[in-house]
Design a protein around this ligand. Structure first.
Ligand code: C5P
Length: 235
């Protein structure tokens, strides 16, 4: 199978309040996009990487990313502008992949320390099963349903629940058809991941074990946590 990776980095990251789009926040002296690109272009066998960014960041991102591709690598990098919602950014990214790509991994730039092993695990399971595959971790905290005024109503059984991450892997046809079918989702019902897009189109999705290191940067507290994880990785 010919591998393609769509790296979505076109979000505004308002919950972080960093003043720059989240994917361009620095962690240990490098942007989140750079961390992700470095991992992706280390994957064996090569492929086509499309980075989806805010339009004004396109030229700079292409230059930055191209420098990270090792000489003689079988990876090719392209950049394309994103959409207003995440699912639109993914749709544009998939459309920009070479026609020969038939297995797609979609990854959030907001998960900068995701190890190469997770990309390999998800990709291998898509190849093995021909199905859509997402990384998932058991939920460890006790879960409660609360009302807007912070009053607890009930405890929710966590046994059947998992927290899901990226990269999420798909046969290209399944992902592209599901996104085409979704079009522009009505406000308030936007899917928050691609597995949801595939499921709305009637497809089934399997899980593989996720990784703690695939933690997503959302709040300032996450930045401190990721910095500590990075230091531990470098030690
Ligand atoms: O905002 P959130 O953390 O859910 O975004 C997840 C990922 O999707 C981020 O990497 C972000 O850059 C990307 N995204 C995008 N285009 C959007 C919204 C989010 O590429 N319109």
């Amino acid at each position: 199978a010919q591998l393609g990776v769509v790296l979505v980095a076109a979000g505004r990251g308002e919950r972080l309040g960093a003043g720059v789009p989240k994917a361009f926040v620095e962690l240990g002296g490098r942007t989140l996009v750079e961390h992700c690109v470095e991992t992706i272009v280390s994957l064996h066998g090569g492929g086509h990487l499309v980075i989806v960014v805010p339009e004004e960041a396109a030229a700079a991102t292409l230059e930055l990313a191209s420098r990270l591709v090792p000489a003689g690598s079988a990876w090719e990098v392209a950049v394309t502008p994103g959409g207003r919602e995440r699912h639109e950014s993914v749709r544009f990214g998939v459309a920009a992949l070479h026609e020969t790509v038939d297995l797609v991994l979609v990854h959030d730039a907001a998960r900068p320390l995701t190890p190469a092993a997770l990309f390999e695990r998800v990709g291998a399971e898509v190849r093995r099963t021909g199905a859509s595959v997402i990384p998932a971790l058991p939920v460890v905290d006790t879960l409660k349903r609360v009302s807007a005024d912070r009053v607890v109503h009930e405890t929710v059984d966590r046994a059947p629940l998992v927290a899901v991450q990226t990269p999420q892997g798909f046969p290209r046809e399944q992902l592209a058809a599901a996104h085409d079918r979704l079009g522009s989702a009505p406000a308030g019902s936007e899917p928050t991941d691609d597995a949801e897009v595939v499921q709305r189109a009637g497809g089934s999705v399997r899980t593989v074990e996720g990784e703690t290191l695939a933690h997503k940067l959302t709040t300032p507290g996450d930045l401190a946590l990721l910095e500590a994880l990075l230091q531990a990785l470098l030690a």
